[in-house]
Design a protein around this ligand. Sequence first.
Ligand SMILES: [Zn+2]
Length: 171
Amino acid sequence: MSMMRLAGVRPDLAERESRTVFLEKDPAVATPPPVPPGAYLFDEWYCVEPGCDCRRVLIQVYSASAVLLATISHSFEPPSENKLIRKQTILDPLFPQSRWAIDLMDLFLYVLRIDLAYGARLVRHYQAVKAAVANPAFSRPGLSHQGQLPDQRKVTRARRRDKRRRQGKQR
Ligand SMILES: [Zn+2]
């Protein structure tokens, strides 16, 4: 299946509407969190196969220093009985995963639970990608996993903001 980054198909949407999640250190909790505090970018990939309506998104989670930490495959609906993969959300076995991958998948599912607009946004992005690739003028890349790197400026900004916030707390 041919996949492309949202940033490669609709850079305007990727720039405006990509989700970065900030994990802050909670001084009230003694045990260290499973995922270190910091900014995590949820970079979206969608299927650009003509005529395919798989209704799913691939989420690549990047650290603030742009290290790929997890690749999550998420279907918009629960799988039907006859599907080979029975889970709606999995760590994609075709990609290397980090030691935090499972916790980052939990974080993604948590964000979906608490923010219904985010789930709706992913579906909207999927539809926007499908509409873009259905246009005969759309040029398809030769390789299935080509695309641009996530927006570093945004991650760096997020990181600075995160740092400021932490410093503010110490004062
Ligand atoms: Zn598809």
